[in-house]
Every structure is written in structure tokens, then in C-alpha cells.
Design a protein around this ligand. Structure first.
Ligand SMILES: C/C=C/C(=O)SCCNC(=O)CCNC(=O)[C@H](O)C(C)(C)COP(=O)(O)OP(=O)(O)OC[C@H]1O[C@@H](n2cnc3c(N)ncnc32)[C@H](O)[C@@H]1OP(=O)(O)O
Length: 288
């Protein structure tokens, strides 16, 4: 057995011929993404890419919510878990310098790498995908949403511009991107589909089966056609300046952390967390 399959925060399985599936498996924390989860996803994607019997990958999540974003309680450090795979280096520098290196590795680096992998990757989303949770969705190719899915990036409340893989305007159009960021409010599944951000919306109970059926259909096609079609669409977005836009926003993101560091002695404005939690509680009351 491949040693890398001994995962803790995800599962890797093969639910159908030529289909691999990665499942986020921390439902008690709403699939908050600590370093371990991010490195495990990266390893699992490597396994799927190296396997010539896999044509398509599904990314799914256990539990009520797809992901609550970065694990705000994670105190592990790059190098505690395994050697860095992208090697930006400088992770141990204090303050914003080291923080920027770490975010280049585990957020920007991973997301851009995942976005450019040669096989199609389909994400199945239910419940909330908050801030960094979008980084486990937007790098991938097709998005199937349950009818209860909602997408938000409320981190302006932390004094930040948004999460680190800044493709918001490409995903939503510039006006909706601004609304999402400036208000912190979620975009729900049907609206996300109308905006072209989500491919299909299905009842929650049908999410797994629908996604698997689509994956099997795609997986029956030749790998070279899948790879070149994916690359061609990606390159048309590259030609519109996607990568340059992402990097510019990443630099502003680092400025935001440095500013918070200077003002609050930490990388985010601590008042923001309470704002986000209060608004999440209020939205649950509205739903009840
Ligand atoms: C640039 C920055 C990017 C980022 O991604 S920053 C992170 C942004 N995300 C958030 O701020 C999300 C905060 N979490 C929430 O708003 C709520 O949670 C939810 C709406 C997701 C769920 O609410 P409910 O159903 O009431 O569950 P619960 O009691 O709040 O959470 C259950 C357990 O999950 C932990 N948890 C939730 N989100 C995170 C997280 N992002 N990082 C670490 N832990 C998290 C809690 O603390 C708690 O834990 P325990 O059971 O031990 O008390």
C-alpha cells in the first residue's frame, strides 16, 4: 500500500472505474483546514495524478458544511508534518516575512498547483464554504452544489482583502465579487449557478450520486482529450491575466497581515472573528 494513504484529515477512495475521490473528514470542525489537511489533499492529488487508471477526481466533504475555512486553532508549523513540497523557504522568519513564505507554500502555491493539474477535478459542495473553504473549491474544474450550499468570504471583517487565492472577480464577475467581499454575505447555490460559478445544483440527498455519475461519464473519455480541453480553457483565462491578478491580490493580502501585525500584534484584526460568528449565528436564527 502507498504509505501516503495513511491520512488523518481526509479519505482517499476509488468509488468507480477511473474515478478517485478525496473526502474532507473533519466534520466535527466543519472541515476546518489545518496544515495537515492541506498537505494530505496535496498528497492525495499526487496519488491520483500518478495513477494511469484514474481519469477524474472528486473532492467531497463529510458532514453538514463543506469547510469553515482555515483552522483558526491550528498551531502546527510547516516542517512539523513533512518536508515542504513547493520550497518557497524562509518559513521560520518571524513576523510578516515568514508568514508570507508560509502562505506562498500552503495557500497560493497549493491552489495554483492544483488548478493546473492535468486531470479534471469535480467538487461536491454542501452547506457552508467559508473564506479558505473556497480555496478547496475554486482551484478545481467543475462545481456541483447541493441546494443548501452557500459560499462566503467574510474576512474583510479581519481587516483583510479576502482569502489568499483571489479569483473572486473571475468566478463571480466584478460587481458580485465586491458585494460578497464588502458585505461578507453568502452567495447561495442557485444564485451561484446563475452567475456561472456553479455548474449544477441538486437536492442535498442526490449530491453524491449526481457527482459520481458525472465523474463516470467524464472518466469514460480519453485522458488526453480531458487534459488538453482543461488546459485550453485554463490558458484562455491565463490570457486574460488570471495569474497576474491573483499575485497582485496576494501581495495586498500580505500587506493586510503586516498592517494587522503592526496595529494588533497579530495577523488578523481579532474583532473580526466575533463579527463573523455573530453574523453566522444571526443567519441561523433567520433560517430557523
Ligand atoms: C484569510 C482567512 C481565511 C480563513 O479561512 S479564516 C477562517 C474563516 N472562517 C470562520 O471564521 C468560520 C468560523 N466558524 C463559524 O462561523 C461556525 O463554526 C460555523 C458557521 C462554521 C458552524 O457553526 P456551528 O454549527 O454553531 O458550530 P460551532 O459550535 O461554531 O463549531 C463546532 C466546532 O468547530 C470549530 N470550528 C468551526 N470553525 C472553525 C475554524 N475555522 N477553525 C477551527 N475550528 C473551527 C468550533 O470552534 C467548534 O469547536 P469545539 O466543538 O471544540 O468548540
Amino acid at each position: 500500500m502507498d504509505d501516503r494513504l495513511a491520512f488523518e484529515d481526509i479519505r482517499y477512495d476509488r468509488p468507480a472505474a477511473r474515478v478517485a475521490r478525496i473526502t474532507l473528514a473533519r466534520p466535527d470542525k466543519h472541515n476546518a483546514q489545518g496544515l495537515r489537511m492541506l498537505y494530505e489533499i496535496n498528497d492525495a492529488l499526487d496519488i491520483a495524478m500518478e495513477d494511469d487508471d484514474v481519469n477524474v477526481v472528486i473532492v467531497a466533504a463529510d458532514g453538514k458544511n463543506f469547510s469553515s475555512g482555515h483552522d483558526l486553532s491550528d498551531r502546527s508549523r510547516i516542517g512539523d508534518l513533512r518536508l515542504p513540497v513547493l520550497g518557497f523557504g524562509g518559513y521560520r522568519h518571524p513576523g510578516p516575512q515568514g508568514h508570507m513564505s508560509r502562505e506562498q507554500e500552503v495557500y497560493l502555491g497549493f491552489c495554483w498547483r492544483w488548478r493546473n493539474l492535468p486531470k479534471p477535478i469535480i467538487v461536491a459542495v454542501q452547506g457552508k464554504a467559508i473564506a479558505g473553504g473556497l480555496m478547496l473549491i475554486w482551484p478545481f474544474d467543475l462545481i456541483i452544489a447541493a441546494d443548501d450550499a452557500e459560499f462566503s468570504d467574510p474576512v474583510v471583517a479581519f481587516g483583510m482583502n479576502g482569502h489568499e487565492f483571489f479569483v473572486h472577480a473571475f468566478e463571480l464577475g466584478h460587481r458580485k465579487a465586491k458585494q460578497m467581499l464588502l458585505t461578507g454575505e453568502p452567495i447561495r447555490a442557485e444564485e451561484a449557478k446563475a452567475l456561472g460559478m456553479v455548474n449544477e445544483v441538486v437536492p442535498r440527498a442526490e449530491l453524491e450520486g449526481f457527482t459520481l455519475a458525472m465523474a463516470e461519464k467524464i472518466a469514460s473519455r480519453p485522458a488526453i482529450g480531458l487534459k488538453t480541453a482543461k488546459m485550453s480553457v485554463n490558458q484562455s483565462m491565463d490570457a486574460q491575466g488570471l495569474w497576474n491578478a491573483i499575485q497582485s491580490a496576494f501581495n495586498l493580502h500580505q500587506f493586510g497581515h503586516a498592517n494587522n501585525y503592526a496595529l494588533h500584534g497579530q495577523l488578523v484584526d481579532p474583532a473580526g472573528l466575533e463579527t463573523i460568528r455573530r453574523e453566522a449565528r444571526a443567519s441561523r436564527k433567520d433560517e430557523a
